[in-house]
Design a protein around this ligand. Structure first.
Ligand code: ADP
Length: 616
């Protein structure tokens, strides 16, 4: 007989931390409860669901809601626990009704199991039970367990929005790591928890308040400030001076499902998300159309859009909705920028998509400026602008595949990406025509100016690259070979990302698998082990690039072979802190080098963090 499905739905699961060293994280999972098992899988748009875990109902020993006063660091705020074997699984439901429905159903299915007599009503956190202060995770519970209580235990007061108790205008910080107090006036910090910043006047020791209202000193380097909407004008999706009508025109001419932008609303201090959709409307709305959503701000300085998924900053909110529609008509798929369109040489042509072919007669070739894996790089002129022409070497590149991809690459346009204008296939081998960058590649530039670059310049370089990469990430485009040598410096000393996606077209075997030219020193472990590239593997490489910047162009793992690098990675070792980098910057690098890709930050988040460091 097949098991009968009882309940299914999306909730958030906290990692069970079966291994002591595994980091704590919160992931959205699709849960299915049937008469035999509780299963959860990962669902991504356009991908097959993958089963992530399965608990036999017969192993469950307690199911109950969790009563807690701690702020919950994910957007579903109603926790319950499933104790099975010797593990506690914490699941977060979107509302109390959903939570009770699951707790009741699970209790019903497990009521004849060998159950605990007592359970822990609060969380296990920071090495102790918050209910009874016991420090042994498997210690017996402290409250009688009622297998048929159907959630009748006293419900905690779970506020609608967790941050609503904060005063508007107060500064929030996040702990980058645990901190054990040294002096009596210090406060312990718990990684990833939020604190209220009370005093930041001391350069090294800041005063913060925890959720219980205790105040104390903590090292400034353990904290990152969460600023509300700062620096959104650095983001590709933000259009500052644009009216509703102009925004609609721009998005309609883009014409792509999910094309979006953030703009200032007519109401002062309010932002609007405008998004293009072809989805049928419910009451005779025109189709396709542009929908507008106000970004709402709660009194406790959290932001949300259509549903009450609360974020501390607008970039975090946009990043979330770039991956989840969550109440919007569509996910925010493609940022559209006014800045782009005025500069993009193709956008006004009718048949923009096919404009990637550069006519040889329009191309004037000049002197050689460098040479790379695909051949010589020449200075040139094309349609009145200075360009770099990358001449192909016979057999160096997979031309047919590249031509297909060039269509997409010429459509990627951002001020922090080296623009690919087009490809000239009338030359043989074909050549690439791109934006000219007067100051050459970043690694050479760093070495040439060693000792003369201010910390502000170094930070701006990282910020520039993170901006370009955040754009690639939001366009779902993977670079695959991000490194200082693949970034170029403009005549205004702006750094731009180059060679994105090109690694796929190299035919030289030495560049492939783990041969001598494979960029092992920049590669994430999952790339080295399974060739699994993603925006998160680009994030790893970005961490190495930051390291290069703060070491002024030094080669990482200078004296080690690829094999030695892999061995040290396997031991969990990482590059050391560059002398010029602050603790906070090194923490960001280490964050990029988390073993598990999902634990690494997105580029959107990195950009936000770097931007907040660059604020005076
Ligand atoms: P690689 O294949 O090793 O990544 P490239 O072919 O991208 O190298 O470039 C080789 C050299 O040519 C660079 O180090 C740089 O000095 C120069 N170069 C490449 N692209 C440009 C450009 N767009 N503008 C100016 N110089 C460039």
């Amino acid at each position: 007989m097949y098991p009968r499905v009882i309940l299914k739905g999306t909730m958030i699961k906290k990692s069970q931390q079966k291994r002591r060293t595994s980091p704590c994280n919160y992931k959205e999972r699709f849960f299915v409860l049937d008469t035999q098992e509780l299963k959860y899988s990962e669902r991504r748009p356009g991908k097959k669901p993958t089963l992530k875990g399965c608990i036999l109902l017969s192993r469950i020993r307690c199911v109950e809601i969790v009563c807690s006063d701690v702020p919950i660091p994910c957007h579903y705020k109603y926790p319950f626990q499933v104790f099975h074997d010797s593990y506690y699984l914490y699941i977060f439901a979107p509302d109390n009704d959903v939570r009770l429905k699951w707790v009741r159903a699970l209790k019903e299915e497990t009521k004849y199991n060998q159950l605990v007599v007592k359970y822990h009503p609060n969380f296990w956190m920071g090495g102790r039970w918050r209910c009874c202060q016991q420090t042994e995770k498997l210690a017996a519970g402290c409250q009688e367990y009622c297998p048929e209580g159907y959630g009748s235990v006293a419900l905690p007061k779970t506020p609608e929005l967790q941050w609503s108790s904060y005063d508007p205008g107060q500064r929030l910080v996040m702990a980058l790591r645990d901190y054990a107090p040294i002096g009596a006036s210090d406060l312990p910090l718990e990684k990833d928890q939020e604190y209220v910043l009370m005093d930041s006047s001391h350069p090294e020791w800041w005063t913060v308040r925890d959720v219980r209202g205790k105040t104390g000193f903590v090292p400034r380097t353990c904290l990152l400030e969460k600023t509300a909407s700062t620096n959104i004008d650095r983001f590709e999706w933000y259009n500052k001076d644009i009216t509703r009508a102009q925004a609609e025109d721009l998005l309609m001419s883009e014409g792509k499902e999910g094309a979006f932008m953030v703009r200032d609303s007519r109401h002062a201090g309010v932002y609007t998300v405008s998004v293009f959709t072809k989805a049928p409307g419910s009451n005779g709305e025109k189709n396709p159309r542009v929908k507008h959503y106000h970004i709402r701000e709660t009194k406790g300085s959290g932001f949300y859009l259509a549903e009450r998924y609360l974020f501390l900053t607008i970039p975090e909110l946009i990043n979330y909705h770039q991956h989840n529609a969550a109440g919007l008509i569509t996910r925010l798929r493609k940022p559209v920028s006014q800045r782009d369109l005025s500069q993009n040489p193709y956008i006004h042509t009718e048949d923009a998509v096919d404009q990637w072919e550069v006519n040889r007669e329009e191309l004037i070739l000049g002197k050689e400026v460098g040479s790379g894996q695909f051949g010589l790089v020449l200075e040139g002129r094309w349609r009145g602008r200075k360009v770099a022409v990358k001449m192909g070497i016979e057999g160096a590149m997979s031309e047919e595949e590249f031509k297909e991809e060039a269509r997409i690459m010429t459509r990627l346009f951002h001020s922090k990406l080296v623009q690919l204008y087009g490809v000239c296939t009338q030359c043989s081998p074909m050549c690439l025509v791109c934006e000219f960058m007067e100051n050459g590649c970043l690694s050479d530039y760093l070495r040439a100016w060693k000792g003369h670059l201010s910390s502000k310049t170094l930070l701006t370089m990282c910020l520039d690259v993170s901006e370009g990469m955040a754009y690639l990430e939001s366009s779902n485009f993977i670079h695959r070979d991000l490194a200082a040598r693949n970034c170029l410096v403009s005549k205004n000393n702006e750094v731009k990302v180059a060679d994105f996606g090109m690694a796929r077209f190299v035919l030289d075997d030495e560049y492939k698998s783990l041969h001598s030219k494979f960029p092992v020193k920049w590669s994430a472990p999952e790339v080295i082990r399974f060739c699994k590239f993603s925006s998160k593997s680009d994030v790893w490489s970005f961490g190495v690039l930051m390291w290069e910047v703060y070491n002024e162009g030094r080669i990482p793992h200078e004296h080690s072979t690829n094999t030695e690098v892999i061995e040290s990675l396997n031991k969990g070792l990482r590059l050391l802190k560059p002398r010029l980098a602050t603790e906070t910057l090194y923490l960001l690098m280490e964050w990029c080098w988390k073993e598990i890709p999902e634990d690494r930050p997105s580029f959107a988040l990195l950009l936000h963090q770097l931007a907040s460091l660059s604020d005076p």
